[in-house]
Design a protein around this ligand. Structure first.
Ligand code: FES
Length: 176
């Protein structure tokens, strides 16, 4: 009994006499494959530069910002000083004005401890208590000495140090 095959298919016999089914590529299918291939190529050609444009901020090397915060003569040993500053940095595609501050502790002879302004417990701003000669965090009672070491409270580690440079008598800090 002869079996009816779908349009575009036909049978033949191999050299062992077994039936083999083949499918002819119709003109319509050929055109649809061709159009699909061209559309894919156009999409890839457009998508590649667009994807590069979209992800390039993420791939951009982390910018370094060195901010001048004063003359080294402005800072006296034993007298921590909070310095506010601002700088411009890239945030994705936009250039934003970033405000920050640090605590500067002069150690003498051009040496400094410069601390991030955030408590190492949960990030609150702390202050220098000149009577007690300690850094005090108002949030949960964290206390640090002038070198940043934890004296009391929940902070798990010393105050975080910020990188600095001294050049031509000027103190610069690394903005983050
Ligand atoms: S945030 Fe400073 S002690 Fe908790």
């Amino acid at each position: 009994m002869e079996t009816k095959l779908p349009k575009g298919r036909e049978t033949s016999q191999d050299h062992n006499g077994a039936g083999v089914s083949t499918e002819k590529l119709s003109r319509r299918k050929f055109l649809s494959y061709g159009i699909g291939g061209i559309a894919t190529a156009i999409f890839a050609a457009l998508a590649y530069p667009l994807a590069g444009y979209a992800v390039s901020p993420a791939l951009r090397k982390q910018e370094e910002h060195w901010i001048a915060i004063g003359s080294i003569k402005d800072f006296k040993p034993g007298n921590p000083k909070k310095v506010d500053f601002s700088f411009r940095k890239h945030d994705g595609w936009t250039l934003v004005n970033q405000k920050s501050n640090v605590w500067v502790v002069a150690k003498g002879e051009g040496e400094f401890n410069i601390f991030s302004p955030k408590c190492t417990h949960l990030g609150c701003a702390y202050h220098w208590d000149d009577n007690q000669k300690k850094f005090m965090c108002p949030c949960h009672g964290g206390v640090f000495d002038i070198t940043g070491k934890v004296l009391a409270g929940p902070p798990p580690r010393p105050l975080e140090k910020v990188s600095y440079r001294v050049q031509d008598g000027k103190l610069t800090v690394k903005g983050v």
